[in-house]
Design a protein around this ligand. Structure first.
Ligand code: 0RQ
Length: 503
């Protein structure tokens, strides 16, 4: 294993996870690696959770600020939330225990755009970063850090933290070396300069993370897999949504608004995203590219089949079988995949320049095209905004997709007014459900409403939406975006009261 730690000074700092965790103190802000279940530290968080639990029993409770790239895994978020060890979590998470604590009000959660995290931390809004706990796949003779399956905010954590704990994971492929592109040219205004990425495959930085060796207080050796990300084959709704989207993209090509190989794709994760990417496998588009956050299984399939030429992301999040495939063919992928810090994978400037095609899942949309990506019934967080806002505002085409029903039909995902707004009507070009697709570009609010109700709403809820819209047009305070304010959120109220939006 020491083969992974080629730097002598750092090899001398190897300790076990318990000893490393003992270097984290009550009240510390801790920046950990990890993005959508990839590249998070595997052992120190567990050892830390044990310490927190023990401190609680001894009557000296311990709380930490926990910052990451995005979602991690039960071994990190789950264990620390379970023992009530977190007082502030940011920026994106999807762990059920953490979600529960947030929604009970016992854990503060700040949900910010993924591209904003680094600059907010540089500006000091979250306080001082005390400790970084970062997984790497190896350390070179010179002490350069070879990143693992995600980059996330690791560059910022290593720069900003007073103390650094490294986990060197021998489960990660040694061939990851050379796949990353860590750009050290970002700065706060007025020092900011253009980011010279002209295409998804461009490399503008170093293949390594840099960290002054004197800051490293411990190195822990691990050998554990990333989170087991299930690949769920597309269901029929997802396939229909994908079908509508792919037909739409073909029409855009025919209309001359998109090139034949499309533009760099950004795709959220999950069943619908998988279905869209799987649809591209059989579709007419070749030489595809991606400028996205996460490379998931169906994107790897597109690369394997030759349909996709280049993909840029900040993480690779795969099922164990796909990870085996990834590791076996790593040399091949190194030329096609670039992993970057999330401030670059999600950078508005680059997304705008490249003209990304953004496709993200949602909780609900309203008849005017405002989107809620994060909150159930306006108050309960599901995951977080993640990178959806970075891409929605800045992409060439901003597309949002959802089945038209949730909870076996008790919920319509097309509602009179969204109960929480993540993406305003101004950032939303296309809404698509299994019922159909609404292209909202160029349309005034009332025309948007007609289209969304007719194309996207489920037939079970369409008459009620039509009725709301018609009555709103008759008695709304204003006619630009007609609403009945006393009724606009009544569907949500019904659900909270009765378990169904129908009341
Ligand atoms: O509840 O788990 O109790 O069954 O919400 O919904 O249908 O499994 O949807 O996995 O596609 O996720 C928006 C959460 C969709 C995701 C969201 C209930 C539903 C279910 C989950 P159960 P599904 P998906 C790239 C981009 C924001 C971040 C983002 C997300 C649960 O896409 O987190 O886009 N997006 N990042 O039953 C009440 C509704 C509901 C509802 C669904 N209208 N009301 N409950 N549910 N719709 C990645 C990163 O940025 C890292």
């Amino acid at each position: 294993m020491t083969g992974r730690i080629r730097n002598r000074d750092l090899a001398r700092k190897v300790v076990d996870a318990e000893e490393a965790a003992s270097l984290i103190r009550n009240g510390d802000n801790v920046g950990m690696s990890g993005f959508t279940g990839a590249g998070y530290p595997k052992e120190v968080p567990g050892a830390l959770a044990k310490r927190v639990a023990k401190a609680g029993v001894e009557g000296t409770p311990m709380k930490l600020g926990l910052w990451t790239g995005a979602s991690t895994a039960p071994e990190l978020d789950g264990v620390l939330a379970e023992v009530d060890g977190i007082d502030l979590r940011m920026p994106y998470q999807s762990d059920p225990v953490t979600r529960d604590k947030i929604n009970r009000g016992s854990l503060d959660y700040t949900d910010i755009h993924l591209s904003h995290v680094a600059q907010r931390v540089w500006q000091g809004f979250f306080g001082k970063l005390d400790v970084a706990v970062v997984e790497v796949s190896g350390i070179t003779e010179e002490g350069l850090l070879i990143p693992s399956t995600s980059v996330g905010n690791n560059k910022t954590w290593l720069d900003q933290a007073d103390r650094v704990i490294l986990e060197v994971n021998s489960w990660q492929s040694t061939s990851l070396e050379g796949m990353h592109d860590i750009y050290y040219g970002t700065a706060l205004p007025p020092e900011r300069r253009p980011i010279p990425i002209m295409g998804p495959g461009d490399r503008i930085g170093s293949a390594y993370l840099h960290c002054p060796p004197e800051k490293v207080v411990a190195v822990v050796e691990t050998d554990s897999p990333d989170r087991n990300t299930h690949f769920t084959p597309p269901n029929s709704d997802s396939r229909r949504i994908a079908g509508h989207l792919l037909d739409f993209l073909e029409l855009e090509v025919r209309a001359g608004r998109l090139p034949k190989n499309l533009l760099p794709l950004q795709s959220g994760v999950g069943n619908i995203a998988n279905a869209v990417l799987a649809g591209l496998q059989d579709g007419p588009f070749d030489e595809l590219t991606a400028y996205t956050e996460v490379i998931q299984e169906s994107m790897l399939d597109l690369i394997d089949s030759g349909r996709m030429r280049r993909a840029s992301a900040t993480a690779v999040s795969l099922s164990p079988a796909a990870m085996d495939r990834f590791n076996a063919r790593m040399a091949d992928y190194r030329d096609r995949i670039v992993l970057r810090p999330q401030e670059i994978s999600n950078h508005p400037e680059v997304i705008r320049r490249l003209g990304c095609l953004a496709m993200n899942g949602i909780i609900e949309a309203d008849i005017y095209g405002n989107i809620n990506s994060t909150h159930l019934m306006g108050s309960r967080i599901q995951n977080g905004i993640g990178g959806s806002g970075d891409f929605a505002r800045n992409s060439y085409l901003s597309m949002f997709m959802t089945p038209s029903l949730a909870k076996n039909g008790a919920i319509s995902t097309i509602v009179p007014m969204v109960s929480h707004v993540d993406h305003t009507e101004h950032d939303v070009d296309v809404v698509v459900t299994e019922q159909g697709l609404a292209d909202l570009r160029g349309l005034a609010p009332r025309r948007r409403a007609e289209l969304i109700i007719e194309r996207c709403a489920h037939p079970d809820y369409r008459p009620a939406l039509r009725d709301y819209f018609e009555r709103a047009q008759r008695s709304s305070f204003g006619a630009q975006t007609p609403h009945l304010l006393s009724e606009a959120l009544s569907w949500h109220e019904n659900y909270v009261r009765t378990g169904s939006m129908r009341g």
